[in-house]
Ligand binder design. Structure first.
Ligand SMILES: C[S@@+](CC[C@H](N)C(=O)[O-])C[C@H]1O[C@@H](n2cnc3c(N)ncnc32)[C@H](O)[C@@H]1O
Length: 355
């Protein structure tokens, strides 16, 4: 065997003392889908809601959650408790942890709708398709569902609602971080392109009383906007409007700041350039574009961008990108990447100007 001096020997025959730990590490990765399925089971049955008053024995919890099977619930909760979702006490009762409390449907920061979406069959079935995708390079979602992801949503009102609700739910905390992390101008108009139900427009306008906003998205998404809902509804009243269309054709012209949050990662380079060119045609000189996405770091450390990238691989034509890749993409559409502003979340704000 040819072993380069200074490098460890190939790990194809790990020392026997290491073997149990190494194979447990592999098993942990292989087992991942059981965690997702266990989470889905308790999310769908809204188990966390019934623990709001304190710990309960599994049989009682099962009864209150709608005559579930107590012994099965106990085993599922015991698994989730190993990941900090629920906790079993010395008497065998289960209680909420701070993570599990987010699964309650009746709290303002509830993550319930997001988890219903993230554990949906759309993700599981698409993930199963990765095995074939390694051979074909095709997008698993297209293969399983027979059409591109966003076409499927458009053709299925229930799936569209689930997606829009889940996206708005997951984006809520992030929208606040982004609105906080960027120094917005005192006056002007922000146009959120592909802005979903309007969470980011709401967060930006409520912090910046001199700004007006436009929520731009597809007809069916804009129709279900939440700009007039929640605590900030009064503060931002009269300062926003909606506009519907396809960002591949044209977007609302004349904005001072264009926002593009978690859009570029949905599409391949060619599709991204079409979206960016539509914004380039609409943006006045002196305008700015803020693309918000994860920026892929180098190296092997865990980063949510790497998980998101494989989700994109399974569902859509898009991908997460490195700084260099964003720079090239923006350059091709007539923008110059000026700076990257980190946020306390996983995404960064990529600021670009028309050139
Ligand atoms: C991943 S979501 C991001 C939503 C929002 N920006 C957020 O961060 O929560 C992608 C959005 O792109 C919108 N979208 C997809 N295709 C579109 C198109 N052709 N024109 C305009 N919007 C589109 C979807 O309706 C959806 O709201």
């Amino acid at each position: 065997m040819d072993v380069t001096p200074g490098h460890p020997a190939p790990a194809d025959h790990p020392a026997s003392a290491d073997h149990p730990a190494l194979s447990a590490q592999l098993g942990e990765v292989a087992f991942g889908h059981f965690y997702a399925s266990a989470l889905r089971a308790v999310v769908v049955h809204r188990v966390a809601d019934h623990l709001a008053g304190g710990p309960l024995q599994p049989d009682e919890l099962a009864r209150r959650a709608g005559n579930l099977h107590g012994p099965t619930l106990r085993r599922v909760l015991r698994l989730l408790a190993t990941r900090g979702v629920f906790r079993e006490d010395e008497q065998g009762a289960f209680e909420l942890t701070p993570v599990a409390a987010l699964l309650r449907t009746d709290v303002p920061d509830s993550a319930h709708a997001g988890m219903v979406w993230l554990t949906d069959a759309v993700f599981r079935r698409s993930a199963e398709g990765l095995e074939d995708a390694l051979r074909t390079g095709a997008v698993p979602f297209h293969t399983v569902y027979g059409m591109p992801f966003f076409d499927y949503l458009q053709a299925n009102a229930d799936a569209q609602r689930l997606f829009d609700t889940g996206m708005a739910n997951m984006s809520g905390p992030e929208d606040e971080l982004i609105a906080e992390a960027y120094e917005f101008p005192a006056t002007g108009t922000v146009v959120d392109v592909g802005g979903g139900r309007g969470g980011l427009v709401r967060a930006v306008l409520s912090r910046n009383p001199g700004l007006t906003g436009v929520l731009f998205d597809q007809e069916q998404t804009v129709a279900a906007h939440l700009l007039d809902a929640g605590e900030s509804a009064k503060e931002i009243a009269g300062r926003w409007r909606t506009d519907a269309g396809s960002f591949f054709d044209a977007v609302t012209p004349g904005g001072d700041l264009y926002l593009l949050k978690h859009i570029l990662h949905d599409w391949n380079d060619e599709e991204c350039v079409r979206i960016l060119r539509a914004i380039r045609a609409a943006i006045p000189p002196g305008g700015k574009l803020l693309a918000v996405d994860a920026v892929l770091p180098a190296g092997n450390e865990p980063h949510f961008a790497k998980e998101l990238d494989v989700i994109m691989l399974a569902l859509v034509t898009g991908r997460e990108r490195t700084e260099q890749e964003f720079r090239a993409l923006l350059g091709e559409a007539g923008f110059r990447l000026d700076r990257i502003i980190p946020t306390p979340g996983f995404a960064s704000i990529i600021e670009a100007v028309p050139v």
